[in-house]
Design a protein around this ligand. Sequence first.
Ligand SMILES: [Fe+2]
Ligand SMILES: [Fe+2]
Length: 162
Amino acid sequence: MSAASTLTWSVSLMLGDARTDHTHEEFVDLINATTAAPPEQKLEVYRQLLKHTVEHFAMEERWMRACGIAEDFCHFGQHASVLQVMKEVEGRAFNGEPEYIGSMIEALVEWFPGHADTMDAGLVAYLQEKGFDTGSESFRAGAPVLAGADEPSCGHEPGQAC
Ligand SMILES: [Fe+2]
Ligand SMILES: [Fe+2]
């Protein structure tokens, strides 16, 4: 069986934070648009996906930093790894090897539901618990001022590699 190259947006991917869900739905749409694009437009659409992913990850990372979460928290590292590969694929496609885009999309289709269900879901729950409003990117009145004393769940047990 060949690997999937499209994602279906559904309630199973929704995390209950409007801004996160909106961004994730756009991500899914761009994955599917990249797959559907004809060869001569593939790189252009893939670049839209890459730009969106840079902004998507930066948004979540802003929220983590606003809560004082340490830079070595695994969610930052996973974003960085994905972006590094995505940029490498962009470079290869630009240099005449567009076939890597298809492999990248398959990898993203396999990766995203798990990431959303663990690291992003853990982040959403953490932000809600801390009173951080993702719409205004500020703490609700009365929310405690944070000093980075704890971290969100990333979906792994303590001591288990992320
Ligand atoms: Fe996300
Ligand atoms: Fe994330």
